[in-house]
Design a protein around this ligand. Structure first.
Ligand SMILES: Cc1cc2nc3c(=O)[nH]c(=O)nc-3n(C[C@H](O)[C@H](O)[C@H](O)COP(=O)(O)O)c2cc1C
Length: 153
């Protein structure tokens, strides 16, 4: 089975939970690993030569989390085999604004180790900074799993 990595930088557990839900949805077709960037290094991911990468992006101070952006650019420095498919999703507490994900889009455009970035993304709004997710999140996550299955083909 092709390998997919899902990475997050969850503080309150919400993006970790969604990462695990996505992993659960994909595990019948892919070998999926989920972890925090606090516990894995870019080298750990590079050595697996993953086919796909899914990135959880927390919104912090109106921007894509800079720690996960830094991890992505560090990954680009150590990777040997390009990653065929990359997708991302976002968790946030305020009303959604496209500018929230400008940063992660820029990071992905800048790096050379990615062949294709999923044109669509998932955004899940929290009930306040600590969550949990607002009602309707599970249905959105399920739809995103279906979309990912198509994208990853
Ligand atoms: C310091 C800080 C700043 C934040 N800034 C924003 C923001 O500008 N816009 C927004 O929608 N959410 C903001 N949030 C909410 C986070 O996006 C939310 O806590 C996070 O996505 C939840 O994910 P986690 O449970 O995986 O940590 C902020 C949270 C913190 C702690």
């Amino acid at each position: 089975m092709k390998k997919i990595w899902i990475i997050h930088n969850s503080m309150y557990g919400n993006s970790e939970k969604i990462s695990k839900q996505l992993a659960e949805g994909l595990k019948d077709s892919y070998e999926v690993s989920v972890n925090s960037i606090k516990n894995v290094t870019p080298e750990d991911i590079a050595k697996d030569e993953p086919y796909g990468l899914i990135i959880a992006v927390r919104i912090v101070a109106f921007r894509s989390d800079i720690e996960i952006r830094k991890f992505i650019s560090d990954l680009d420095k150590v990777i040997t085999k390009p990653i065929s498919k990359v997708a991302y999703f976002s968790t946030h507490a305020l009303g959604w604004k496209k500018l929230f994900i400008r940063g992660i889009k820029k990071s992905l455009a800048k790096i050379g180790c990615v062949e294709e970035v999923c044109p669509e993304y998932l955004e899940v709004r929290m009930q306040g900074a600590e969550g949990p997710a607002r009602e309707g999140a599970d249905a959105k996550i399920e739809r995103f799993v279906s979309l990912l299955k198509d994208f990853l083909k």
